[in-house]
Design a protein around this ligand. Structure first.
Ligand code: ATP
Ligand code: MG
Length: 556
């Protein structure tokens, strides 16, 4: 057994693998992650990646990355590239070269001929409507197509001519000859090849027939010697077909398919088709918009690979419903960044304060460390000035009972600095507070004031030294937990119109030179990350809020 930390707690798949290793059925386990390159990966895929690659790591096995590229119209190299980037970013490396189902097109074709020769496949020319009608229903057996009786010779000839391009798209298919009366609809002579004149991202125009997923997947698994083929529960009913194909072909290897439940996250969607719709309809800026539940969107927002792997570990793997609250995911990234992110001050919603008794050259500024538990992160000067920004929310003209922040006549501690008292407020013509006049207690630097307790601590920035920053605050993308549960309502109806709020805030000078994708904790506010693409060190500061800190006013 490995002595590295396990990728997950025990689960039914691990139990199966351990039995298979103990019994000698498999000396080495081989898993695979088989995405279709028809979109960017989302958090559900991350679960599957962590499972497949994690098992290979924990049991010193291997995990392949195989693209299921059998639907040429929807697939692209851009998607394939992004998927590889995401898998790497999550911290995994596939075994050997990337594999593609299209690498096996010739072999898949020959296996189809083997099925025909065994009388187990036939070319059918029913129209799609007839196909549907002949298929029967859950309560009614299907009907045999007249083509079911074609001879092997006729089928071999027709299938060769399908490949040669003699027939129009959609006019004929190759079907497995299984059982038109099966209670499992997937076994009612499923289509295994169709005619499609579409340019394929890897094989170009070499083929005008393409194998179907169910037929391709099991054979690809077998050709790669996969031991445990893990997929989501909707494929449970396809398993008899997976097994039928392999049982009837001359392939030595017969991987076993095991199904686990899909991850669903509240207030978002995990379907590539629907995510594509959000992109195409411009509800978001792209697949990697920080509000998207895609791996690249989460990355841009400031999620770390460790936090996503930890999330996968926490949600576990089982066959029962796996709908999870985003809070679990947010908890993982908070915990991770709590220890990793340097802490600085930023003001998101500024209110100006004039420190009336600030004396240039006499009032002292202190150094502050970037992390209380990590002295090695270093420290910097936090300069005080005559004018400072505080958070508008940290002042109240009519404070509620128990208010520990600033109020007229009240005091707070300026983080890393003096105790400050608000003496009076300046208002504009409309009566809005636009400035506070405050004074510091010179005797409170690094020590408590004498004779009174000041409980509240607020963050602040000296106006002279603060740098302007574009701060992007994100909220959940949808207003309801399950936006796509009602089939009659377009899920876009539930988009949260306030999911992005851009504010002009201020940050410490220390952030200026930060590289893109640098994480910070803004004290008392949350975790932020410099934007991967638009933040320009030394020029333009753009920060994405990854997640807010837990509400912790009471503790301050
Ligand atoms: P989508 O429905 O989003 O298009 P998919 O299943 O069609 O997803 P694939 O590219 O075929 O997308 O998925 C690759 C692998 O990821 C499959 O093994 C699939 O079972 C797994 N997977 C996809 N979505 C989820 C999910 N929500 N939870 C767990 N695993 C998932
Ligand atoms: Mg799929």
């Amino acid at each position: 057994m490995s002595n590295t930390p396990q990728s997950s707690a025990s689960n039914f798949i691990r139990s199966i693998i351990e039995v298979d290793i103990a019994s000698g059925k498999h000396a080495n386990i081989i898993t695979r992650f088989p995405p279709e390159p028809n979109g960017y990966l989302h958090i559900g895929h991350a679960k599957s990646i962590c499972l497949n690659f994690g098992l290979a790591q924990d049991y010193q096995g291997r995990c392949n990355l195989r693209f299921d590229d059998t639907n040429p119209e929807k697939e692209s190299q851009e998607y394939a590239r992004s998927i590889q980037d995401d898998v790497h970013w999550l911290g995994f490396q596939w075994d050997g070269e990337v594999r593609w189902a299209s690498d096996y097109f010739e072999q898949l074709y020959r296996f189809a001929i083997e099925l025909i020769e065994k009388g187990l496949a036939y070319v059918d020319d029913l129209t799609p409507e007839q196909m549907r009608e002949y298929r029967g229903t859950l309560t009614q057996a299907g009907k045999s197509s007249p083509s079911r009786e074609l001879s092997v010779i006729e089928n071999l000839d027709l299938f060769a001519r399908m490949r040669a391009g003699e027939f129009a798209d959609g006019s004929r298919v190759l079907r497995a000859k299984i059982d038109m009366a099966s209670s499992n609809m997937n076994l009612r002579d499923p289509v295994i090849y169709r005619i499609r004149r579409a340019h394929h991202i890897r094989t170009g125009d070499a083929w005008c027939i393409y194998p179907m997923y169910d037929y391709t997947h099991c054979i690809s698994d077998a050709l790669e010697g996969i031991t445990h083929s893990l997929c989501t529960l909707e494929f449970e009913d396809h398993r008899p077909l997976y097994d039928w194909v392999l049982d009837n072909l001359s392939i030595d290897c017969h991987p076993r398919q095991y199904e686990f439940s899909r991850l669903e996250l509240h207030y978002t969607i995990t379907s590539k088709r629907k995510l594509l719709q959000l992109v195409n309809d411009k509800h978001v800026s792209g697949w990697d918009d920080p509000r998207m539940p895609t791996v690249s969107g989460m990355r841009r927002r400031g999620y770390t690979p460790d936090s996503i792997r930890e999330f996968a570990k926490r949600i576990g793997v089982s066959k029962s419903n796996n709908t999870v609250d985003v809070g679990v995911l947010e908890g993982c990234v908070r915990e991770d960044l709590e220890m990793k992110a340097p802490r600085v001050m930023a003001v998101v919603n500024p209110l100006k304060v004039v420190v009336t008794n600030f004396i240039e050259g006499q009032t002292v500024s202190r150094m502050a460390s970037y992390h209380p538990q990590h002295p090695e992160f270093g420290e910097r000067l936090v300069p005080l000035g005559k004018e400072i920004w505080i958070e508008a929310d940290d002042f109240s003209e009519n404070p509620p009972v128990g208010w520990q922040r600033l109020a007229i006549g009240g005091e707070v501690r300026l983080r890393y600095s003096y105790v400050l008292r608000c003496d009076y407020v300046v208002k504009d013509a409309l009566g809005k507070v636009v400035e506070l006049r405050c004074s510091i207690d010179q005797d409170t630097l690094g020590k408590n004031p004498i004779g009174r307790k000041v409980k509240g601590v607020i963050h602040w920035l000296a106006i002279e030294h603060a740098l302007p920053a574009e701060i992007r605050l994100y909220d959940r993308l949808f207003t309801v937990p399950e936006p796509d549960v009602d089939k009659d309502v377009d899920f876009c109806t539930y988009l949260n119109q306030q999911s992005l709020q851009v504010v002009d805030g201020w940050v410490e000078a220390a952030v200026s030179e930060a590289a893109p994708e640098t994480h910070y904790q803004f004290e008392r506010i949350g975790y932020f990350c410099t934007d991967r693409y638009e933040h320009q060190p030394g020029k333009k500061i753009i920060l994405n809020r990854t997640v807010a800190l837990k509400d912790s006013w009471a503790k301050e």
